[in-house]
Design a protein around this ligand. Structure first.
Ligand SMILES: Nc1nc2c(ncn2[C@@H]2O[C@H](COP(=O)(O)OP(=O)(O)OP(=O)(O)O)[C@@H](O)[C@H]2O)c(=O)[nH]1
Length: 202
């Protein structure tokens, strides 16, 4: 029986409408891809649990937002209290790339300490209007890591989420040196979506 402390991280996905936020989440949580999924109705959330290192388990509450402008006020209210954010744009949609700075500003105003990762989605697309170089320049300017991913193929989806989770974990003062008290013993709960442990990329 392993002693473990369970942390909870709140993560949010931001980005323009139809950039593939829900698809990233579905791929990450239950390794599925639903073509032509419905638009997110305001806000949704999923749970996934990961093991960061032996004995350190994290329950991720991942908030999926709707990119449509009329939901911005609601979305802003969900940014408060987040531990980290995925800023998503569609590699085949230049407008969605232009919006990234706006979303990062929003996060910085509300949760300035929350780390962000820039995600270029739909990397499987033949037609792209944002080059890797352009995205890397923006990421460097904003001071965030950059990951290109495809929910269709699954390429780099886990990496995108888990890069962020590692950043959040490193952000916690003395996390690595903490003695983990027995808070609870975790058993995956069948009623929760994605309720299985996975090991995090280190
Ligand atoms: N080719 C390809 N299509 C994708 C990918 N990810 C999402 N899509 C498609 O892009 C469309 C929009 O995806 P969603 O995940 O609903 O986008 P969203 O950002 O959640 O949209 P909103 O809820 O409106 O904010 C859907 O038709 C998806 O099937 C991908 O990796 N590759």
């Amino acid at each position: 029986m392993t002693e473990t402390r369970i942390r909870q991280f709140k993560i949010i996905l931001l980005g323009d409408t139809c950039v593939g936020k829900t698809a990233l989440l579905n791929r990450y949580v239950d390794d599925s891809f639903i073509p032509d999924a419905d638009i997110t109705n305001g806000i949704d959330f999923r749970i996934r649990k990961v093991e960061i290192e032996p004995g350190v388990r994290v329950k991720l509450y991942i908030w999926d937002t709707c990119g449509v402008q009329r939901y911005r006020t609601i979305v802003s209210s969900y940014i408060r209290g987040i531990h980290g954010c995925l800023l998503v744009f569609d590699l085949s949609n230049c407008e969605s790339f232009k919006r990234i700075e706006h979303d990062l500003t929003l996060v910085s105003e509300i949760e300035p300490r929350a780390p962000c990762v820039l995600v270029g989605s739909k990397s499987d697309h033949k037609h792209r209007c944002v080059s890797r170089e352009e995205a890397e320049v923006l990421a460097k300017t904003l001071g965030v890591p950059y990951v290109e991913a495809s929910s269709l193929t699954g390429h780099n989806v886990k990496e995108a989420f888990e890069t962020l989770v590692q950043m959040i974990y490193r952000n916690i003062p003395n996390a690595k040196h903490e003695r983990f008290a027995v808070e609870s013993r975790f058993e995956p709960q069948k009623e929760e979506p994605g309720a299985s442990w996975s090991c995090l990329l280190m």
